[in-house]
Design a protein around this ligand. Structure first.
Ligand code: OGA
Ligand code: NI
Length: 357
């Protein structure tokens, strides 16, 4: 079932970042200061000349435009590993109202939000990302994390009942985003020229997890990260940026590029499973979130995974003709056991999955 069913013995309590932000401090506590990023944010080049690719899903589905749009998708996956999806089929009404409900949730007093607080050693609920040591640097971010699919895995004790319509909108949002994920998987397979049916079926019963990120203003934004650089452990993550302030950045050719929010678009970024299935033709990009000193930013991020017994590994069509598989094949469940193991050891999980030639 992925991470949700696993227990963590090594999580430590973390301060609530929204409360810290409300204290109007002049400097941030030392645990948030990242010496490694000082100044880096200022070196981001002007991204006007290199915007993250834009993919039109209605063209992918239209025989007249499909071939060209598939080529664009393939290049976007190869060159960036991240792109913005438009005409994805989700209604503006659902996107707008889900964002509104999520914002209202975060605006509730802490005691109220804490009714749905993470439980010790558990993964879901309202709180912060799990940390393993007192020395670990902290992200300038609070979150609400919920499993939405398979439906029988929902832990409703963590689904807020306030604001009253949040549950209903999350339910609708997650059904629709699941459909986007299934459609995208089909085109992903077409772009790679691999058999897509089994993969799409694996998403029908797939694991979907929604993480609502809350990045409050920070007195020293250049010293912290909203979310440290990482790759996603999923096939792909689908992100709805609920703010107009850019915060998401992706690493490409040694530079960090902002992914500028486009109203109504969904940002799709490839995770490690996509890298493995494509036998390294596509790479899961490193990305991170930065913050600023005046605006709150909220994102709703859905991690999309095939069902837990699905074998993730290089597609057979891509390992014929003298090209050896570059990655092991493991089930989704095995992947997450390896993920936890490698996190404890401090090594990237993908390194334990690479086959050295
Ligand atoms: C994530 C993520 C970026 C953002 O939650 O995995 O990359 O901008 N979020 O919130
Ligand atoms: Ni991510």
């Amino acid at each position: 079932m992925g991470l949700e069913s696993k227990k963590f013995e090594w999580t430590l309590p973390v301060p609530n970042v929204q409360e810290l932000s409300n204290q109007q401090l002049e400097t941030v506590p030392a645990r948030f200061v990242r010496d490694d990023v000082c100044g880096v944010i200022n070196t981001v080049p002007s991204d006007d000349c290199l915007p993250v690719p834009l993919i039109d899903m209605s063209k992918l589905a239209n025989p007249e435009f499909q071939e060209l749009e598939l080529q664009k998708l393939h290049s976007a996956c190869k060159d960036w590993g991240i792109f913005q999806l438009i005409n994805h089929g989700m209604s503006d009404e659902i996107l707008r109202n889900t964002s509104k409900e999520v914002l209202e949730f975060f605006q509730l007093p802490l005691t109220e939000k804490n009714r749905w607080k993470q439980k010790p050693g558990r993964f879901e609920g309202y709180g912060q990302i799990l940390v393993a040591s007192e020395e670990a640097k902290l992200d300038w971010n609070d979150m609400l994390l919920l499993t939405t699919h398979p439906i029988q895995n929902r832990e409703l004790e963590f689904w807020p009942e306030n604001p009253p319509k949040l549950r209903e909108y999350l339910d609708k949002y997650s059904e629709d985003i699941k459909q986007v994920a299934i459609n995208l998987t089909r085109f992903f397979a077409m772009g790679l020229a691999i058999e897509g049916q089994e993969l799409c079926e694996a998403f029908q019963e797939g694991g979907f997890r929604v993480k609502m990120n809350y990045y409050p203003p920070c007195p020293q934004p250049e010293k912290v990260l909203g979310l440290k650089q990482h790759t996603d452990s999923s096939m792909f993550n689908l992100l709805l940026d609920c703010s107009i302030t850019p915060g998401l950045q992706v690493l490409k050719d040694g530079h960090w590029y902002f992914v500028k929010p486009i109203d109504g678009a969904i940002v799709a970024n490839l995770g490690l499973f996509a890298e493995m299935v494509s036998n390294g033709i596509y790479k899961a990009p490193l990305h991170r979130a930065v913050v600023n000193n005046s605006q709150t930013r909220i994102s709703i991020v859905t991690a999309c995974l095939p069902n837990s017994s699905f074998n993730v590994g290089p597609a057979k069509e891509l390992t014929k003709a003298g090209t050896p598989p570059l990655y092991k094949t493991v089930t989704v469940d095995e992947f997450f056991s390896m993920f936890l193991q490698s996190k404890k050891l401090g090594v990237p999980v993908i390194d334990t999955l690479k086959i050295s030639c």
